[in-house]
Design a protein around this ligand. Structure first.
Ligand code: FAD
Length: 343
């Protein structure tokens, strides 16, 4: 007689790894399928808010992640000319993405079955494996979502994001410049600091890093010299990507299937919350599976987490527009007040 339920997790990024780590191996057997395990740690740093840190504590890796994270003393928001708009002291860390992923990997119970493959039909795979539930943790392009909900392709924006490391002395302040058509930022990072920016750039699915960097250098050419100086020092090293959003969904749950993380609510990255929400989702879903079993968990989870994800996704897009529109001072000020209360 089978004593444990079986959860199939598609996607081994932050959300999938966190869920696999959160499920009790005495009660739940987990199969975790990831197409490209070597990519999970790629990136620079992630802003880590209180909700994400609490999730890390729940997973038993809070101390480990804290050891290589950098807390910020202040976040300074400036306009394009460099004038300070706001200076706040939030409770915020910047965590190297590779360290976060390594900590989540280390937290996986040895009983987790790991498969390396691209999943195209998750329900068929679940039947083949004898899994009771499918969890789509497969990011913004989620095949699980698109298979279960017709017309749920990701939304392509005309924004691109660039980011990279900035070697140097340890940075303790995060700075963001907001101006017409773009935003630019520097944060603490594992090599001292890290930088990022977002600006408008076509709609093509693939973004060439060299072209994106040239576009950014042109766009920010008359901004605060401190921002320009960063772009001058980074050489040709940048990670560039199109900003895609999850489509609006009415629910994250269907029969024996549930979406978490970016698959459910991928948002534009300017709020720095996507990975935090992914881990909070994972901890909440594990709790629902332990409490309700795999049959009741999807809808219980969706009732608890779905609206929040959709609201944040919308808020991030509104925030990006307000931060980067010339005549949006009232909206920008409202946004600044909201940012000041985030934790
Ligand atoms: C420029 C930028 C900056 C960001 N900064 C921050 C920040 O400061 N703080 C923050 O909290 N968040 C930030 N984010 C958001 C954060 O990176 C994401 O929200 C987070 O990675 C989502 O995790 P996930 O596991 O849901 O999805 P993903 O990280 O996308 O993982 C999905 C995984 O599923 C795998 N996969 C996909 N399809 C399949 C398939 N069919 N079969 C098998 N495997 C599959 C993929 O290979 C991938 O490993 C940022 C994002 C960007 C783009």
């Amino acid at each position: 007689m089978r004593t444990r339920e079986h959860v199939l997790i598609v996607g081994g990024g932050v959300a999938g790894l966190a869920l696999a780590a959160a499920l009790d191996p005495r009660r739940i057997h987990v199969t975790l399928v990831e197409e490209r395990p070597e990519r999970a740690g790629a990136g620079t740093v992630l802003a880590m808010w209180r909700g994400g840190r609490d999730a890390l504590d729940d997973l038993g890796v809070g101390e480990r992640v804290r050891a290589t994270s950098r807390p910020v003393e202040r976040v300074v928001l400036r306009d394009a000319s460099g004038r300070a708009l706001h200076d706040i002291a939030p409770s915020l860390w910047f965590t190297p993405r590779a360290d976060l992923v390594a900590a989540l990997e280390a937290a996986l119970p040895s009983s987790v079955t790991r498969l390396t493959r691209l999943v195209t039909d998750s329900r068929a795979l679940a039947t083949q494996l004898g899994a009771d539930i499918v969890v789509g943790a497969d990011g913004v392009r989620s095949a699980v979502r698109q298979h279960a909900w017709a017309g749920s392709a990701p939304v392509t924006t005309d924004w691109i994001a660039l980011r990279g490391h900035l070697p140097g002395p340890p940075e303790r302040v995060a700075t963001e410049w907001w101006g017409p058509g773009g935003l630019f930022g520097t944060t603490p990072g594992p090599q001292g600091a890290a930088w990022f920016c977002a600006l408008r750039g076509g709609r093509g699915a693939t973004v060439d890093p060299a072209e994106a960097l040239a576009l950014a250098r042109g766009h920010f050419a008359d901004w605060d010299p401190r921002a320009r100086a960063v772009l001058a020092t980074v050489g040709e090293q940048a990670d560039a990507q199109r900003i895609l959003l999850a489509p609006r969904l009415r629910t994250s749950a269907s029969d024996r299937l549930v979406l978490i993380g970016d698959a459910a609510h991928a948002m534009s990255p300017n709020l720095g919350r996507g990975a935090n929400e992914a881990m909070e989702d994972a901890v909440a879903l594990a709790e629902m599976i332990h409490r309700h079993g795999t049959k009741g968990a999807p809808r219980a989870f969706s009732r608890r987490r779905h609206l929040r994800g959709q609201v944040l996704r919308t808020a991030a897009s509104i925030g990006l527009r307000a931060a980067t529109t010339r005549h949006a001072a009232p909206a920008r000020d409202a946004l600044l007040r909201t940012v000041a209360t985030l934790s």
